[in-house]
Design a protein around this ligand. Structure first.
Ligand code: DP6
Length: 352
């Protein structure tokens, strides 16, 4: 598979147009952490696409104007974001040859709090890529729906790696894995529905907002730290290997092994940051307190509540809707919410 299939054709007709679309965020179970040039991941990853945490974007394309980008986030002009998008558009011109032939006014809003640590770059770039592919459909009209979605995933990846997974629902894989047919480093693919036990098709993700400040390491810097981390190669290998048990678990519904694997992935991500130079500790006291309470709860109540983490202090609490969810929700409200700032929690679900 090469980037050849995504190159844009030169026959297009542009005109002023406004399109809009929305895209959800996602939460990784096997993590992407480390990349090569041109947004090629160092290892495959798999994530759940969220149902409710989304970015809604409208894109106005003014065909008669010189190329420029203006962006508004929740109604406020964001100059820094516009600069980033301008750079991104220049970077993807070979795939959308019309892209620099007009002015853009992009209005975007998230359905979740900015400080939540929920990946707004994933949903944000996902929504922008979808809008671009809508314009492409209008201007050159040559791809099928499936091809257009795949190209949106390809383009989203070039904006932010994890964004390419947000284009698909359910469980989604990005990065070549021998365990997943059709998987690619260039775009994401949906994990086959027939290979997923029902228990994994109706899950909760409650994000505890432990710390709402600015993250102390951006993901760009974070991925870069893997270039000099002496444990990096072993980590990439482990992530690849983790697809073997993950595939078995997803098929047979082994919740105990799922929990162990997902928590291990989260802790490994943070361990990698602790072993980087410079080192980062992104967990806060509240993160640790929640993790310990989750472990105690699991031991004592025997119910399937577990966690994953992104590159930040907030805790994603995962649990299935399998009859035990009311008891788990009560435990979260009474025991875990106290470790957040201002009782902050974002409640999402993954159903498919
Ligand atoms: C920890 O996709 O935000 O969330 O490609 O530099 O934009 P860039 O990085 P990004 O990294 C996400 C890392 C992660 C794990 C994951 O989502 O797989």
């Amino acid at each position: 598979m090469t980037t050849q299939e995504f190159l844009g054709k030169q026959n297009f007709t542009i005109h002023t147009q406004i399109v809009s679309d929305s895209c959800p965020s996602n939460i990784a179970l096997i993590k992407y952490w480390g990349k090569y040039e041109n947004q090629i991941p160092a290892n495959p990853s798999i994530s759940y696409t969220l149902n409710h945490c989304k970015t809604n974007t409208s894109m106005e394309f003014l065909a008669d104007e010189p190329f420029s980008v203006q962006t508004f986030l929740a109604g406020n002009e964001e100059v820094k974001f516009a600069e980033k998008i301008e750079k991104y558009f220049k970077n993807i011109e070979e795939y959308l040859p019309w892209i620099l032939k007009g002015k853009y006014i992009i209005r975007t809003e998230n359905t979740f709090p900015h400080s939540s640590g929920i990946a707004s770059s994933a949903s944000g770039f996902g929504a922008i890529a979808k809008c671009l592919m809508k314009l492409d459909g209008i201007f050159s009209n040559e791809l099928s729906e499936e091809e257009s979605l795949r190209k949106a995933s390809f383009l989203a990846r070039l904006g932010s790696g994890s964004a390419c997974r947000s284009l698909y629902n359910g469980l989604v894989v990005w990065g070549t894995s021998d365990e997943v047919e059709g998987s690619s480093d260039l775009f994401a693919v949906q994990y086959p529905d027939a290979e997923i036990h029902d228990i994994f098709k109706n899950f909760n993700d409650w994000v505890l907002l432990i710390h709402e400040g600015q993250k102390s390491v951006s993901s760009t810097v974070g991925h870069g730290l893997m270039n000099t981390n002496p444990y990096a190669e072993r980590r990439f290998q482990e992530a690849r290997e983790n697809f073997v048990p993950m595939k078995e678990i997803l098929k047979n519904g082994d919740m105990e092994r799922f929990i162990k694997l997902v928590e291990h992935e989260a802790l490994t991500l943070h361990a990698m940051m602790m072993m980087s130079d410079p080192a980062f500790i992104l967990m806060k006291t509240g993160t640790m307190e929640v993790i310990n309470k989750v472990w105690d709860f699991r031991r004592e109540a025997g119910l399937p509540l577990f966690f994953t983490l992104d590159a930040g202090a907030n805790v994603h609490l995962l649990f299935p809707n399998n009859g035990s969810e009311d008891q788990i929700k009560t435990f979260i409200e009474t025991e875990l919410l106290q470790h957040t700032q201002k009782n902050g929690v974002v409640k999402d679900v993954m159903t498919f």
